[in-house]
Ligand binder design. Structure first.
Ligand code: FES
Length: 153
């Protein structure tokens, strides 16, 4: 992915017209994560059917433009997916689907990835199951290993 210094047309579109904003009443999984450094917070709601397919995803984000755009794209990417497929919706996948993010905004996409993981964790706890490859959620993305890897790049 080439280095981007400004927002792509797709980022602007998802920021100006975010998809799937809102809440899901009685969601199967709800996850909230924040970034204590910038103060942004994202909450993700997932509706997952008995076959483990994500039927619906909605979000509420109190944050920067990139955080809104990445949440919007993340909900689009996980809809219709299985839980294991949703785990492949990494921050990199979200950023790529948006045609890239400026380097200083890459961490915002980590909020989207971690919000999905937190919602899946909540789903697993409610259903008393274990999701292969899913790590316990963090409240603050600055606590994740991925965040430190990003900082070192
Ligand atoms: Fe905080 Fe973008 S600056 S998530």
């Amino acid at each position: 992915m080439s280095q981007v210094t400004e927002y792509s047309a797709k980022v602007m579109d998802h920021f100006m017209h975010p998809r799937n904003v809102g809440e899901i009443a009685d969601a199967d999984g709800v996850g909230t994560v924040g970034n204590a450094v910038c103060g942004d917070i994202m909450r993700m709601y997932l509706d997952i059917d008995e076959n483990g397919i994500i039927q619906d995803a909605k979000f509420k984000t109190f944050g920067c433009g990139a955080a809104v755009a990445t949440s919007s794209m993340a909900t689009e990417l996980v809809r219709g997916k299985t839980i294991q497929e949703a785990l492949l919706v990494t921050n990199k996948a979200v950023a790529e689907a948006l045609d890239g993010l400026p380097p200083v905004k890459i961490h915002c996409s980590l909020l989207a990835e971690q919000a999905i993981h937190a919602a899946l964790w909540d789903y697993a706890e409610k259903h008393n199951i274990r999701i292969e490859g899913l790590k316990p959620p963090v409240n603050d993305i600055n606590e994740t290993e991925e965040f430190y890897e990003m900082e070192e790049q």
